[in-house]
Design a protein around this ligand. Sequence first.
Ligand code: XMP
Length: 315
Amino acid sequence: MVDPAAFRTEAVQRIRAAVPGRAIVAASGGVDRSVAALLAHEALGERARTVFVDTGLLRAGEAERVRSLFGPTPVALHVVDAASRFLETLDGVSDPEEKRRRIGTTFIRLFEEEADRFGADRLVQGTIAPDWIESGGALRDTIKTHHNVGGIPSDSRLTLVEPLRDLYKDEVREVARFLGIPGSERQPFPGPGLAVRVGGPVTAERIELARVANRIVEEEVDRAVAEGTLPRPWQYFAVLLPGRTVGVTGDNRVYGEAVSVRLVESTDAMTAAAVAAPTALLRRIAERTTRELHGKVTRVLYDVTDKPPATIEWE
Ligand code: XMP
């Protein structure tokens, strides 16, 4: 395990050494990037500009939450609304790696534009060990091109600074607790957001369906945890599946979408176990999803696969 105090001192020194001028810092509501942002601010002060990109691919309420997360910190958050730009670049794209590449490129272009405005030539990111290991950074085949690693175009003029690249998730959380970052127990959310929770083509409408389905899973898991019928899983979410499925509403046949629900236990995301979810919880999620997305989602499934052989996300 990591010694958070020693890690902080060392990371601040390493960031200072790596950034002679100015840096853009990529922020999000995620614990990795929040830790990186706080450390970069500590190391660089006014020489760092922390940028939060609202991709339009975020969970319900996420943009507001990120604003309030950074509110009490000394970090002044720069919010860039880029929802239409992301939707445009993803329009009709189905391939998961292509989604990540396009998202990665769009992120970098936005950061480059911010860097030009701010006079920066470094980009501080919260990349952690599983991100680059799973992107083929070690002696392994590429499992997934995590958008914040493999999606970066080689012609980018920004030099990356990655103060957390040797840490695993549980270690980052420990550092976050030490730094007093609230919500560090919050479940992880992938950088490419709902784009990788929409199997098949990305459209504005399908992103919105995935957003509602994910909100329902989060609310129902919260409820089950509060009732004491479920220990809080490590990660829990919904995925809109590629392809359609037949359902009935009244006398009508509907060719709707299917949602898969996933609850997993893990410590470092490298392996994961599917949770034996209470049937009552699953039925409530299915009932709400098909009611609140009436006529659009006609079937709800539960994923019982561990990692390996599956990954945590579907894409
Ligand atoms: P997988 O699906 O690879 O996920 O088993 C492992 C953990 O990483 C998250 N994840 C991502 N995080 N960019 C990210 O920042 C990505 O492209 C990405 N893909 C997966 C996933 O939610 C899980 O916690």
